[in-house]
Write a protein that binds this ligand. Structure first.
Ligand code: UPG
Ligand code: MN
Length: 737
């Protein structure tokens, strides 16, 4: 036990502790009362169905179905709220106990397109990880470039030169964060003259490097004098395109080399560029394919027992995070069963009231921690530290692991050329033919959310996973800044997740007996995003239309049945507000979140559903729409002012406009019926529908502004307005049955 222990602790103190969140008992009681309310709503619907021939009978039955779905879905969302846990590592204990026996760590960064993911951003991520407070000879950073671009390769060479200055600077002054871009954009109060001098000097170096890279990117090619300096560029001949090129593996810094040092003579981490082979006739399996190639190539070069996996926009924001995370793996008692530790996805460009609800604070602080409470934290694709063996496909066994394979340097006497040579063959398309890669080994293929399904498969092989949400954010990425990008990303996720539900990996069957029921439910809460769009669409269309026609679908205020509806509505929203506020959201952010929640459910999830079904029928193939990380200044300005960017006439925007107009039409129509017809009894019968429509109208205010008032580039085009008015008028003519 505790190989590096040295026997100094007679009683080994644990390297981490797990604490349960507060107020869980009270929450369970509240959840129970809501559950009773939901059952009463179901009972009311079943006992009050309008008789055959009566108006609104089918609308009523539809309401019952929708409420049944919502209720069942709500039950799914409870499991992850019952067992919320938080993990706390003790990094000092780790450092004391393991001293120089800490394991090596490989870091994978994935990029796919130099236009959508600018090389300067990518190298900032790379540099932030190269300068971790961790022995450099134990770190290897791999960049996978699915764009196969010499621009990215060039940027990485620049980064390797700059790192010789940057890493010692970071360590000397213990700066945070260690992404130079993020660091230099902070306001810094410089007192120390020595620090100030170095700060200016290094900032100048950084800015010069940045402008060299940016101008190369702008020109779209590398200046000849630079091309001639590095022989690596010869790989890019005129035939190389993004979709069609040979494997390229370049070890830019060889960390084994004791002469590969920074300006003060400190050792450097290994740095490797990899662009796996791409051929039009071979499916490349998107990010999953890149990850698997990285696993193989790194096993040849450094073969560290742990792998940190990052998207190219997620820079490391805490220089000590590797040590902290290793506490979980190295804990003598529980560490050996842990396969991966997942961090939340945080972003550094979220505005105060988070108009697109990208910060997902509640998911990060409650839901994901709750699923982690069942030992089955989800793998979210980035910000995750894996145990190499479990990612590789190994099945957990009790006898495993106390003997951690800390160092597996089989390559000590191979030259850089030899390593590159072998690595190239490992990154070839044909390498995976007739193997288990993408099935039982590595990241699983065939799904746009490769991460979720891979995490599930690892857990079903017996491993546990942990969720860790430290106070200082470990990684910060770039959140989408336009509605369009948000909706496309959400569509990819909802589609990919629903596909898992349909596949052999459905957590209820595949995970049965392997992961806890609570974890299965937690998974399905996400996997069922796509189908929940139907009851939602029904609920925001039918009651308003019925209101328009004066048909009542809810109990009257005097009726005793009014109370379950009111209670469930108030309790759920109050709970959701308290949760959001306690996770650090503003009230307005919560309100904005409700809007995006509605928009996502009625557009992205709906199309996610349709596309999943069409793929099941073999009508379409898996794709991966990369999220762009660049926008024009104009768009950025509106984002910072928290004005929603609609800006195009996509079908999703049309749906948003149609629904918003429908709500205002029906509200006006309904109120008209109530007052002008002098049928005041109607008010009593329709009050809940009026409230529902009123809330929907309020939440849609930014949509009306974009339709009627705004005239900036981000408004909704008038063609969409025209189409929507026609559609809503037609909808209002449909007789309600
Ligand atoms: O063919 C591809 C496509 C994408 N990527 C990389 O994958 C990452 C994620 O792509 P992005 O467009 O940023 O998608 P997001 O929606 O932001 O990604 C989230 O969702 C994905 C699954 O849908 C996960 O893989 C990601 O880790 C997770 O951050 C980026 O680094 C890309 O460079 C590749 O390497 N190859
Ligand atoms: Mn991303």
């Amino acid at each position: 036990m505790g190989k590096g222990g040295g026997g100094e602790d007679a009683v080994m103190l644990p390297l981490f502790e797990t604490k349960e969140a507060r107020f869980r008992g009270a929450y369970k009681v509240l959840a129970f009362t809501v559950f009773v309310g939901i059952c009463l709503i179901w009972a009311y619907r079943l006992t009050h169905i309008p008789r055959a021939g009566e108006q609104g009978r089918w609308a009523w039955i539809g309401m019952f179905m929708a409420e049944l779905c919502f209720g069942l879905y709500w039950i799914l969302t409870q499991s992850c709220r019952f067992k919320v846990v938080y993990n706390h590592p003790f990094k000092e204990r780790l450092s004391n106990r393991y001293k120089d026996k800490l394991p090596s760590v490989d870091i994978f960064v994935c990029t796919a397109d130099p236009k959508m993911e600018p090389p300067t951003m990518v190298i900032n991520t790379v540099l932030s990880t190269m300068s971790y407070n961790y022995p450099p000879e134990k770190l290897s950073v791999y960049l996978s470039d699915d764009g196969g671009s010499d621009l990215t390769f060039y940027a990485l060479i620049e980064a390797s030169n700059f790192s010789k200055h940057w890493i010692p600077f970071c360590k000397k002054f213990n700066v945070e964060p260690r992404s130079p871009g993020a660091y230099f954009s902070q306001q810094i109060d410089v007192h120390d003259i020595k620090y100030a001098q170095e700060w200016f000097a290094i900032k100048k170096l950084y800015k010069e490097m940045e402008s060299r890279i940016d101008s190369a990117v702008e020109m779209g090619e590398i200046p000849k004098e630079i091309r001639d300096q590095y022989k690596g560029f010869s790989e890019w001949n005129s035939k190389v395109t993004k979709q069609d090129h040979q494997s390229i593996v370049k070890i830019i810094i060889d960390g084994r080399d004791e002469t590969a040092v920074d300006i003060y003579g400190g050792r450097s981490p290994t740095l490797v560029y990899m662009a796996r082979e791409k051929r039009p006739q071979w499916p490349h399996n998107f990010k999953a394919g890149a990850m698997n190639a990285l696993i193989r190539v790194s096993s040849e070069i450094s073969n560290a027992p742990f792998i940190l996996n990052l998207d190219c926009d997620m820079y490391a924001n805490d220089a000590d995070i590797i040590r902290e995370t290793l506490c979980f793996f190295m804990d003598e008692k529980k560490g050996h069963e842990i396969s991966f530790v997942q961090f939340p996805q945080n972003y550094d460009n979220i505005t105060k009231n988070d108009i697109y609800a990208c910060s997902t604070s509640v998911a990060n602080n409650v839901e994901l921690a709750g699923i982690g409470g069942y030992g089955a934290a989800l793998y979210c694709g980035t910000g995750c530290l894996h145990r190499r063996e479990s990612l590789y496909g190994k099945v957990y066994s009790k006898d495993y692991g106390r003997e951690l394979n800390v160092e597996a340097k089989k390559n000590a006497n191979k030259t850089v050329n030899e390593l590159e040579e072998v690595s190239i063959s490992l990154a070839n398309c044909s390498y995976e033919k007739d193997t288990q890669w993408g099935k039982k080994m590595g990241v699983i293929y065939g799904c746009p959310v490769e991460d979720i399904v891979t995490g599930l498969a690892i857990q079903c092989r017996g491993w546990k996973s942990l969720y860790y949400n430290p106070h200082r954010k470990a990684f910060l990425g770039v959140a989408p800044t336009t509605l369009d990008v948000v909706l496309v990303q959400q569509k990819r996720w909802s589609e990919g997740m629903f596909q898992i539900f349909f596949s052999k990996y459905c957590p209820f069957t595949y995970g049965h007996g392997k992961i806890k029921l609570g974890a299965q439910m937690g998974y399905c809460m996400y996997l069922l995003w796509a189908p929940i769009s139907f009851p939602t669409l029904y609920y925001v269309i039918t009651p308003p239309l019925c209101l328009f026609h004066g048909i009542s679908l809810f109990p009257q205020v005097e009726s005793i049945w009014f109370w379950p509806f009111a209670y469930v509505f108030v309790a759920r929203n109050a709970c959701s507000i308290v949760e959001a506020l306690s996770c650090g959201d503003t009230l307005k952010a919560w309100w904005n979140g409700q809007r995006i929640w509605l928009i996502r459910r009625t557009t992205s999830y709906f199309f996610g559903f349709i596309d999943t079904i069409s793929r099941q029928l073999g009508l379409s193939e898996t794709t991966f729409a990369i999220t762009t990380k660049v926008v024009t200044e104009d768009v950025l300005k509106r984002y910072e002012e928290e004005v929603i960017e609609f800006g195009s006439s996509t079908i999703m925007v049309t749906i948003i406009a149609v629904l918003a107009l429908l709500h205002i039409f029906s509200l006006i129509g309904g109120i008209n019926k109530i007052f002008l017809d002098l049928e005041f009894i109607k008010l009593d019968q329709l009050i809940l529908q009026v409230v529902l429509s009123l809330l929907l109208v309020m939440i849609n205010i930014p949509v009306y502004q974009a339709l009627f008032i705004r005239n900036d580039e981000g408004h909704i085009p008038s063609s969409v307005l025209f189409k929507s008015v026609v559609l809503v008028s037609l909808a209002c003519l449909i007789p309600m049955i």
